[in-house]
Design a binder for this molecule. Structure first.
Ligand code: FAD
Ligand code: EPU
Length: 346
């Protein structure tokens, strides 16, 4: 079979390809729309001689400067049902599909389970990277398997659920396999019978206010969308990357010590440990709504850092470091960044 050629752009702007709206460009940029195209791209001299960055919707990256190599944005499209059983559907979505559109499409087909993950920005291909989660659901709950192409060999490989090693905002693709595989297709087992999850956060309250007692999955999705639109800034209006830090997990002992000093501390059990609300810590430290140059902590959600206009990666990282140092000093808790940083700040 003849190798597929993929167009490679030189000095390609990335400003519009990251939701923080940071200025950066790629030395080379390509958006293969098939696995064969991706494989021929990986076999090219450019892919072998230059550093690679895999970019989805750019909603969980901080571009700290220009990228000196090849940026590959998987652009494969397609959603199909591979198998229907009495209980569920095995559904496959290509990496370049927009996550929220996939969730909405699935609901319209009667494939249930992902409704609480509505409106999370980004691509299907990135969804396993940090095991995206919201409102009491993570993709690990419905994930079946995925197909990826190995960067070094161009070979296709399937990953089972266990091989992905999903955890809170984590997977094998953020650990030892980081940058080694490009995910091209993701498969989910979605339910035939709805089993809505409404216990988390404000969902129940939102549904009650709408006078809904026995919600359909679409009504749960609509409630989640409304809550998210109230709490989180839309990247279309103000640049951001969602939660900037992970919620830190601390020992029960450490949590109890903090609770003695701060009775209002927000903490949830996480196995034998406790997960603290980073937003609460940052808020208590006085950062909510505060600006540092062109960046700041969002006025309605302290955990979200925002670009008030004209920010560079340097500005974002300086603010992040100031918050990390302050929270460490006040509470003795380390905050780990959620987005991945690329390039060197200029
Ligand atoms: P990118 O930001 O482009 O990339 C993220 C990482 O994944 C990079 O390291 C990249 O190299 C890698 N990657 C991307 N695609 C592939 C691929 N095909 N193969 C291999 N590696 C790949 N996250 C949540 O979990 N829950 C939320 O509720 C949530 N809310 C958000 C709200 C807002 C307003 C924003 C801006 C972000 C939010 N996020 C949330 C973070 C973000 O939406 C997710 O992390 C999302 O999965 C990122 O997808 P992306 O396509 O934009 O990935
Ligand atoms: N809080 C404050 N002040 C703030 C912000 C939050 O006191 O400024 C308190 C809230 O009152 C609440 C607690 O902190 O008691 C948690 O806040 P919230 O419910 O807004 O959720 P979160 O823990 O900040 C997490 C995820 C989000 C996800 C929501 C809903 C992480 C790092 N963040 O946010 O994911 O959408 O729960 O499930 O786990 C993302 O990862 O980018 C993201 C947006």
């Amino acid at each position: 079979m003849a190798a597929e050629t993929v167009q490679i752009h030189e000095h390609h702007p990335l400003d519009g390809l990251n939701t923080f709206g940071l200025p950066a460009s790629a030395r080379f940029f390509a958006a293969p729309d098939s696995e064969a195209g991706l494989q021929s791209l990986l076999a090219s001299e450019m892919a072998r001689d230059f550093p690679l960055m895999i970019l989805g919707g750019g909603s969980n990256v901080i571009l700290a400067g220009d990228f000196p190599g090849l940026v590959i944005q998987p652009a494969m499209k397609g959603i199909r049902c591979l198998e229907a059983t009495a209980q569920d559907y095995l559904v496959e979505a290509a990496a370049g599909e927009v996550w929220h559109d996939f969730v909405q499409y699935a609901l319209a087909q009667g494939w249930y389970g992902l409704e609480n993950l509505s409106l999370i920005p980004g691509s299907v291909g990135a969804s396993p990277i940090q095991n995206i989660g919201a409102y009491g659901v993570e993709i690990t709950d419905f994930f079946d398997s995925l197909t990826a192409v190995e960067v070094a060999s161009g070979k296709q490989r399937e990953f089972t659920h266990a091989e992905c090693r999903f955890a809170y905002r984590d997977s094998v693709f953020k650990q030892e396999l980081a940058d080694r595989y490009i995910i091209t297709r993701v498969r989910f087992r979605l339910q035939r019978m709805p089993a809505v999850k409404i216990a988390y956060g404000d969902i129940q309250k939102e549904l009650s206010e709408r006078g809904i007692e026995n919600p359909s999955p679409q009504q749960v999705a609509d409630a989640v969308i409304a809550i998210r639109q109230r709490k989180l800034p839309s990247p279309a209006d103000i640049g951001n990357a969602g939660s900037f830090f992970k919620n830190p997990v601390v020992s029960l002992e450490k949590c109890r010590q903090l609770q003695q000093q701060y009775p209002a501390l927000v903490a949830y059990p996480q196995g034998a440990d406790m997960k603290l609300a980073a937003g609460w810590l940052i808020d208590q430290a006085g950062w909510k709504g505060r600006r540092m140059g062109p960046v700041g902590s969002y006025e309605k959600q302290a955990l979200v850092l925002v670009n008030h206009g004209g920010a560079t990666g340097h500005d974002v990282l300086a603010l992040a470091q100031a918050i990390q140092a302050d929270v460490l000093q006040r509470f003795g808790v380390e905050l780990e960044m959620e987005p991945r940083v690329y390039g060197v700040a200029n």
